[in-house]
Design a protein around this ligand. Structure first.
Ligand code: RB5
Length: 151
């Protein structure tokens, strides 16, 4: 079973705990990178920590959460090799896997209710990258990220 890295700021602490319990119930191994309570923290610390765990191969995929899912997804996306997708419904979550091979899912605790967040997570976990023409596009992103603008 895959190892899932989890991280959130204070705004999404409760939703992170909810998703952690859900993942454990599904049989996933979870590595929690914090935060550990409702006190105010900075979302980049957690987005980057999760991104690095995935990028270095310590975890297979990651889920990051903040108030909107935006700040923490921007942070995770600064880590090389990370393709974090902020999703507020299951259709985008599925396509972020099938077309974009997202390796981090970002959720907003002020955007999605807990039960709906679980639905988005399950859809994302179960979806597979389709490869083919999509792989070429992912490769172009990786090439640019490696310092080669490809032009
Ligand atoms: C924290 O108040 C909030 O800014 C953060 O959780 C997130 O929504 C940022 O994108």
């Amino acid at each position: 079973m895959e190892v899932i890295a989890l991280g959130s700021d204070h705004a999404a602490f409760q939703l992170k705990e909810n998703i952690k319990e859900y993942l454990a119930g599904l049989g996933y191994q979870v590595r929690d990178f914090g935060t550990t309570g409702p006190d105010s923290v900075d979302y980049p610390d957690y987005g980057i920590a999760v991104g690095e765990a995935v990028s270095h191969g310590e975890c297979d995929r990651g889920i990051v959460l903040c108030g909107t899912g935006i700040g923490i997804s921007i942070s995770a996306n600064k880590v090389k090799g990370i393709r974090a997708a902020a999703c507020s419904e299951p259709f985008s979550a599925r396509l972020s896997r099938e077309h974009n091979n997202s390796n981090v899912l970002a959720l907003g605790s002020r955007i999605v209710a807990p039960e709906y967040a679980r639905c988005i997570v399950k859809t994302w976990l179960d979806a597979l990258f389709l490869g083919g023409r999509h792989a070429l596009r992912i490769q172009k992103i990786a090439q640019y990220e490696s310092g080669d603008p490809g032009k």
